[in-house]
Design a protein around this ligand. Sequence first.
Ligand SMILES: [Zn+2]
Length: 603
Amino acid sequence: MIAPVRYTVASERPEAHVYRVSCTVADPDPSGQEFALPAWIPGSYMIREFARHIVSIQAESRGRPVAIAKTDKHSWRAEACAGPLTVTCEVFARDLSVRGAYLDPRHAFFNGACLFLRPEGHEGEPCELEISRPKGARYRDWIVATAMERAGAKPHGFGAYRAADYDELIDHPFAMGELALDGFRACGVPHEIAIAGRHRADTRRLARDLKRVCEHHIRFFGEPAPMKRYVFLVTALGEGYGGLEHRASTALVCSRDDLPSRGDARVDDRYRTFLGLASHEYFHTWNVKRIKPAAFTPYDLDREAYTGLLWAFEGITSYYDDLALVRSGLIEKKEYLELLGRAITAYLRAPGRARQTLADASFDAWIKYYRPDENSPNATVSYYGKGSLVALSLDLTIRDQTRGRKSLDDVMRELWRRHGLTGIGVEEGGVERIAEEVAGVKLRNSFAGWLRSTRELPLETLLAAHGVDMVLRSAESSSDRGGRPAATKTPGGLARLGVLARSDGEETVLTHVLDGGSAREAGMAAGDTIVALDGLRPGRGGLDAALAKRAAGETVKLHAFRRDELLEFEVRLKAAPADTCVLSELPGAKRRLLDRWLRAPRG
Ligand SMILES: [Zn+2]
C-alpha cells in the first residue's frame, strides 16, 4: 500500500495573515526530493507565482534538520534522507480574490495551489490533510466549508480530510470562519451554500433559486450529476465580483447587495448578476472541469498551458450562464434579451475586436486578458464576451440550418459523452469537428470567420431569423450599458470624446483613449487629468454633464494635466457611435422559434 502524502494547515497567526503548512513524504526520492508550488491556478490563466508568498521553508526528518535549497522561482530540493521527510513553510495570505489565500481573525479562505507543495514523483499518490482550528476563544465558533472528502473531521469541522491525488487536493478550496450555511438537494445531490462576511441575505430564497439553476444544468447534460456533493463558497464584501470553478465547488466573491434581501421577491439587476455568476461557475463543473482542452490534460502548473480553445470553455459557458436563468424561469424573456443586448453592446464598444481574433485572444490570455492596460480596448477582444456571442451565433446557425432539429445543446452533450465522461482532452480543432458532425452541416467557413478573423459576427441576421429585432443606437451617458431603449428622445445622443474615464473627486481622469475617437485625434492620452473644458471645471457631473449641451462637430478646448505638466487640447467632438444594442421580440410567426430557443431543452 502506498503511504499517503500528509499535509497540515495551521492558522497560527491570523492577525499577521500567516498560515503554517507542512508536507510529509514517507519515502522521499533517495537522490534528493524535489518540491514545487504551482505557478498558476486552473481557471485563471496567468502566471501568479504563488511561491512569492512563501516567507520561510524548512525540512526535517526524524527530528533532524535536512538541508533544502531553491532550484528555481517555485521549486526546492531537499537533501537525500531516509524519510519520512517533512517540509514546513510559512505562507503570507492576504489575497481576498477567489484565486488566492486569505487569513485574518474574522475569516479564512485558501486554494491549495497557494499552500500545498507538490512532491515531485508523488503527484499520483493519495493525500491526507489535517486542518487545525486557530488557538483562542475568538475562534471557538469557526467552522469549515469545503467539498473535500472528510477523513475523520466532523461535518464542517476541523480535522482530517483526504484527496485521491495532488490534482484533487488543490481543487477543493476551503473557507473557515463563522460562516452562514444553507443547502438544498438538486437532482438528489446535496448542495451547500457557505457565506463568509457580513450580510443580511435571505439564504432560504438563495437556496431555492440556486436549486433551479443547478437542476437545469444537471438535466442539460443528463443525470446523474458528475459530483456527489457540491459547495458554493461565497465571500460577501462591500464591493466585489469574481468566481472560480472547481470539480465539486466554486469560490464566489460578490457584493453583499447582490445577494437577495429578505422579503424581496424580485430578481433585480444586482441579484441577477449574482445568479448569472453562480450559474456560470456551475456550468464549468462540466465544461472545463471535465470536458477539458487536451492542453490541460494533465495541467502543467509550472508554466503556461497554451490553448486556442478558451472561447469554447469560457465563451460557451458565458453564453449558457444567463440562458439558464431564462430557461429555468428565474428571469423573463424580456430580461434575457436585455442581458444579451448588453453583451452585444460591450462587444461593439471595443475597437480591439478589429485587431485581435478570438483564437489569438484565447492563446494570449496569459499575457493579455489577465494583464489589461490602457491600450487593451484598442488591441484585444474578450474571449468571454466575443466567445459568448460566437456561441450564440453557432447555436442560432445550427438551429437555422437544421430547421430546429439540432442546436448547440446537442453539441455540448456530445462533447460531454466523448470527452467529459472519458477524461480524454479536446484537441484544438475538436469543438469545431464535433459541432459539424452533430449538426450535419458545414460550419468550416463560419468558424474561420468567427474564430480566426476579425470579421463582424452575423448577429442581426441570425437574431432576426429567430424573432428578435436588433437595433443599434448611440449611448445616452457613460453609464448606459445598453439593452434598453433610449430613455430620452434626443436624436444622435451625446457628443463624445471617445474615452473611458473615472472621476477622482472633481477631476476626471482618462483611463483609456479609444482608437477613432475625438480625444485620440486631438492627442490626448490615458492618464490625462481633465481640469477644464472651455475654461470651466467639469465638476462632479464629470464629462457627461460637461458635454451634455455640446453637439457633434463643435470644437472644445480642454485643459489637462499629464503628470505635472498642464496641456491644452483643441478637440473636435464627434457624434456618439451607434454602439448600443437593444433587442426586442418581433411580432409574428417567428415567436415559436424564439420560445423553442429560450425554453429548457428536453435532455
Ligand atoms: Zn468561467
